[in-house]
Design a protein around this ligand. Structure first.
Ligand code: IPE
Ligand code: IPE
Ligand code: MG
Length: 238
């Protein structure tokens, strides 16, 4: 039995995944450049990492940059890449001290060399963190992940006897449990290529709050809603 009431309440919630959307609109509403919206988004990330740790939820994944986001104007893409580089480097030591293990999911080979190098360093330096696994999905696409897995399987085997369990081993982070709850901010109600395989039975929560305005309270509202759901997995009501 757990000695923490919070741990007990949320014991069915192992992995929260967030599609952090609305940074651009947050900035536009203030007549600011979109990049300032992304910077404000980083502050929300800091708040939510702290809150998730305090709830003893062991996995948090954040959709930071999709395989489709390269379509954006060069200035925005460049700005986002510098923000990732700056932020990851700045946070490595603090995350390690707080017991946070940082991991990345996505086509890492498609990320600029200097950023990829820092991503590897960060994973390595924080690898012993046991309080929270923080998964940043960068150059991530669910379809691409499935295609990468298939290519891997085709190279390694004759493709017979592929089951859910064997297929899973070829995903980017096979040891990470499927997200229990996927939250999307900014009022959009779509997955935009996020966790397509892993999200098959995730509970979905949509809020109109723009990502930079996302607070501990918004997170708590999402968790409260999750706690009321009846997860059936195709079975009957429990
Ligand atoms: C989400 O905010 C952040 C990324 C996709 C990197 P957006 O930049 O998509 O913000 P909106 O949707 O344009 O408001
Ligand atoms: C999804 O947001 C990707 C991330 C949050 C990183 P987008 O803003 O790119 O998605 P669409 O274009 O509205 O579907
Ligand atoms: Mg968006």
């Amino acid at each position: 039995m757990s000695d923490s009431p919070r741990e007990e309440i949320f014991s069915s919630l192992q992995h929260i995944a967030i599609i952090m959307d609305g940074n651009g609109r947050w900035a536009q509403r203030r007549h600011l450049p979109r990049l300032l919206g992304h910077r404000a988004g980083v502050k929300a990330v800091e708040r939510i990492v702290r809150a998730t740790t305090s709830y003893h939820i062991p996995y948090l994944s954040l959709y930071a940059f999709s395989t489709e986001n390269w379509k954006r104007p060069q200035t925005e893409v460049k700005g986002l890449m510098s923000l990732f580089k700056f932020y990851i480097r700045k946070k490595i030591d603090e995350l390690r001290e707080e017991g946070v293990r940082l991991r990345f999911a996505g086509r890492i080979q498609g990320v600029p060399d200097d950023i990829r190098e820092i991503m590897y360093q960060a994973e390595n330096i924080t690898k012993d963190g046991e309080r929270l696994q923080l998964i940043v999905c960068l150059n991530y696409g669910g379809r691409q992940e499935i295609l990468d897995a298939i290519q891997h399987i085709v190279r390694e085997s004759d493709g017979t006897d592929i089951t859910d369990e064997t297929f899973r081993k070829y995903l980017y982070l096979p040891d990470v449990p499927d997200p229990d709850l996927i939250i999307r901010t900014s009022g959009e109600q779509r997955l935009s290529n996020f966790w397509l395989w892993q999200g098959a039975y995730s509970e979905l929560y949509f809020t109109s709050v723009l990502w930079p305005d996302f607070t501990e309270k918004t997170l708590k509202d999402a968790i409260d809603s999750f706690e009321k759901r009846d997860r059936r997995y195709g079975g009957i009501q429990s």
